[in-house]
Design a protein around this ligand. Structure first.
Ligand SMILES: NC(=O)c1ccc[n+]([C@@H]2O[C@H](COP(=O)([O-])OP(=O)(O)OC[C@H]3O[C@@H](n4cnc5c(N)ncnc54)[C@H](O)[C@@H]3O)[C@@H](O)[C@H]2O)c1
Length: 326
């Protein structure tokens, strides 16, 4: 297999490449990040024989000029994301996420070896259906999608992904849509709730109070190693084409307050008291995917225990605490 991963420097791309490199895959990672910005983990990853890194901005480059023309699998993971980024830049999220995908599709259209495109969509696409009261839990892939208020900046991200999914359906080549749900683990940046809580717990004074937003909103967090193992198994299945898969875990469901208390325990900070804060505008009350379809096709049902995954994640952030936690 010859694999291309866009957004390869990112959290998902890095872990996916690390997993796929265990098999006999040749992997090319592309990202807008320059070598000067690389962290230690990424420098080590690209030392592997089977992995090549190319600094390519998907908004500027004609990919066929820079890349080989015989990729069998293309993972399009590059995107603008992160709640604050989306709230601050809704126009860029809508227009640039589309441009990046369009560029990748133009490239895939030129390949003559029957490649398959894996598009990273998002769990956010179910948010409008949840608001309208029409979502079942665990949520299956065939749920109807209802749009939330288009004037809200947060809608831009999910809309860019719904549009991306629709484009994939209308392409002539094979595609698979992945809907990741709250993946977490080492090296996930600081945009998401778990690293943010780790940082804020670390900064809380002894016997102090930690404010937790949306304290009773529930999620199911999926350890990144489990997610990429599922993908590694999925790409070996011949009957996966033109399908949609939730990517995540359907249990345990845990609310933000419980998540904060679990992390505080792992960090030996049981002295901390939780102060329940207001709900973050636009944050879905509940998110829990049905993973039955993916579990059956990959024949993988087990997941890393949440305590184990959170410990691994904390250990990684603690190792780099001068950079991430101060
Ligand atoms: N991590 C999750 O739990 C999660 C959940 C839902 C959806 N997703 C989707 O999965 C994908 C990967 O997510 P992630 O968590 O790894 O995000 P990430 O932000 O860590 O990685 C995205 C990468 O895309 C790169 N990129 C952005 N613009 C680019 C451009 N113009 N050219 C080339 N590269 C560019 C960034 O530099 C970054 O390295 C995204 O499409 C995201 O929407 C992730």
């Amino acid at each position: 297999m010859k694999i291309l991963i866009t957004g390869g420097y990112g959290f998902f791309g890095y872990h996916l490449a690390k997993e796929l490199a265990k098999n006999s895959c040749e992997i090319t990672l592309i990202d807008v990040k320059s070598k000067e910005e690389f962290d230690e983990d990424f420098k080590n990853l690209i030392l592997k024989d089977k992995i090549t890194y190319l600094n390519i901005n998907l908004l500027n480059n004609k990919l066929e000029k820079e890349l080989d023309n015989d990729f069998s699998h293309i993972f399009h993971l590059a995107a603008l994301l992160g709640v604050q980024n989306v709230l601050d830049n809704p126009y860029e999220v809508l227009s640039l996420n589309f441009k990046m995908l369009d560029n990748v599709i133009s490239f895939v259209n030129l390949l003559e070896n029957d490649p398959i495109l894996y598009f990273a969509s998002t769990s956010e696409i179910y948010a409008g259906t949840l608001l309208a009261g029409g979502l079942t839990f665990p949520t299956p892939e065939q749920s109807n999608l209802i749009l939330p208020d288009l004037t809200l900046p947060r809608t831009s991200y999910m809309l860019s992904k719904i549009y991306g999914e629709a484009i994939c359906h209308s392409c002539t080549f094979k595609s698979v849509i992945l809907r990741p749900h709250n993946l977490y683990g080492p090296r996930m940046g600081m945009k998401h709730v778990i690293p943010q809580l780790i940082k804020r717990i670390n900064q809380t004074k002894k016997n102090g109070c930690l404010g937790v937003y949306s304290p009773y909103h529930k999620r199911t967090f999926c350890y990144i190693d489990d997610a990429v193992k599922q993908i590694s198994a999925l790409i070996n299945q011949i009957n996966n084409e033109n399908q949609i898969f939730n990517l995540g875990t359907q249990n345990p469901e845990i609310n933000m307050k419980e998540l904060a208390l679990t992390l505080a325990k792992i960090m030996n900070r049981e002295d901390i008291k939780i102060n329940e804060l207001e709900n973050t505008p636009g944050s879905p009350e509940r998110r829990c995917p049905s993973t039955k379809k993916l579990d059956e096709i990959t024949n993988i049902k087990n997941r890393t225990l949440i305590n184990t995954g959170l410990k691994e994640t904390f250990n990684w952030y603690w190792k780099y605490r001068d950079y991430y936690l101060d």
